[in-house]
Design a protein around this ligand. Structure first.
Ligand code: NAD
Length: 381
């Protein structure tokens, strides 16, 4: 991996700089510095999958498998390359000894699943010899992973019933909670959340667990979800105020915590943005990584880069691989606070948006640690 030569500044950027017409696999791979991309196909079971290994400099490439009815293989390839690269940055900035990878299965998760398909996929993953470790992602569930696991050891994020660590969402929420504390400390000089107004968008697995943690700290909480009955229920349980999803930017507050879908920080939402901090679990919060990162900086809004603050799930599965210890996981998740403070420091010193500062921190760690193998240890290869 040659970051200096190939790096583009934003790992999660939506658009490929190579147009559809000129799209070439090797161009795209070298531009983004991917180590290995493998196309797996077994028509007898209807499997078409791509595994992208972006980097194994820090360790085996870990990233979930996504099943999606991509319109073309080109679309699937672009997605897997982008996602794999994002995983490299996430693992690196979190301080894990993991590289970045991702897999996509081209197919409709509602129609195209079968035991044979997932077991075949598992065998292909096994054939990579541990260079890539898979997990669940969009379109894949626990039952699918059980089939994958029958054929490969290189799988994590499993349910408790089959010896895994179970749903990572409460740990992700804990990481977001520590991240919010770091942001509040950075902005207001004290990390107390008492009386701070936090709006949580999305009351799913992560959002609801986060509301519970915030309520325990006496924050003033506003909540919203597409399901208004559920929103009312959560509001009542935790003494929060329920608001309709489309009203979210009519309110003002200290912290906006996106815990639903991506792209929520965009031209429209930033027109009258009434929050001082953006810190939540959702992936790809910035619709345009470059432009909206810079705009947040211009507006003086403190942004906790999404892949840093939501790394609790990754920390959880990493620990599952090593032998799960709940206390150790909690301690490691607490480091999200320190990582964010370090990123805010870099952003100030180098006068760049926090999301770019975070990329730089990740790249520096990879570059520094890539030199480790220069020191020869006789017993190791
Ligand atoms: P989830 O599917 O359990 O919950 C998402 C919730 O958001 C749902 O209740 C949905 O109704 C709601 N929602 C969707 N659009 C909305 C809108 N416009 N306004 C208000 N609510 C809306 O998902 P989750 O597991 O809680 O994850 C939340 C986010 O965090 C996702 O972006 C996910 O990718 C990301 N994330 C999750 C984890 C994890 O451990 N679960 C880890 C890292 C990142």
């Amino acid at each position: 991996m040659q970051l200096a030569a190939h790096q583009t500044p934003y790992p999660g950027e939506a658009e490929s700089p190579i147009g559809e017409s000129s799209f070439g696999l090797f161009d795209e791979m070298s531009l983004r510095g991917h180590e290995q991309v493998v196309h797996f196909c077994d028509e007898s079971v209807g499997l078409r999958a791509i595994v992208a290994i972006h980097s194994t400099v820090l360790g085996p490439a870990l990233g979930g498998t996504r099943m999606w009815p991509y319109e073309s293989e080109t679309e699937a390839l672009k997605d897997v390359l982008r996602l794999a690269r994002g995983m490299t940055y996430k693992a690196a900035v979190t301080g894990l000894n993991l590289g970045g990878g991702k897999a996509v299965i081209i197919g409709d998760p509602k129609k195209d699943k079968s035991e044979a398909l997932f077991r075949t996929f598992g065998r292909f993953v096994e054939s990579l010899g541990g260079r890539y470790i898979t997990a669940e992602d969009v379109g894949i569930n626990v039952d699918d992973m059980e089939y994958v696991r029958m054929e490969t050891r290189h799988v994590t994020g499993l349910s408790r019933a089959i010896g895994g660590s179970g749903d990572p969402s409460p740990i992700t929420a804990l990481g977001v909670f520590h991240g919010i504390r770091a942001c509040v400390n950075e902005r207001f000089g004290s990390e107390s959340l008492a009386g701070r107004r936090v709006t949580v968008q999305g009351l799913g697995h992560v959002g609801t667990a986060l509301v519970e943690l915030l309520a325990a700290e006496n924050a003033e909480i506003l909540v919203t979800d597409l399901d208004m009955d559920w929103t009312e229920q959560v509001a009542q349980q935790y003494g929060a105020k329920a608001i309709a999803p489309d009203q979210i930017f009519q309110f003002e507050g200290d912290i906006f915590s996106p815990s639903a879908l991506g792209g929520v920080i965009n031209d429209k939402s930033l027109q009258h943005f009434g929050y001082q901090i953006v810190a939540g679990s959702a992936n790809n919060q910035l619709e345009d990584e470059v432009r909206h990162g810079e705009r947040l900086k211009e507006l003086g809004i403190l942004y906790a880069p999404d892949y840093v603050i939501n790394a609790g799930g990754l920390i959880n599965v990493w620990n599952e691989i090593q032998g799960y210890n709940a206390q150790k996981v909690q301690k490691e998740v607490g480091h999200i606070y320190d990582t964010l403070k370090q990123i805010f420091q870099i952003a100030k010193q180098e006068n760049v948006p926090t999301n770019l500062a975070s990329n730089r921190l990740a790249e520096r760690r990879i570059t520094q640690l890539s030199k480790l193998s220069q020191i020869h240890i006789p017993t190791r290869a």
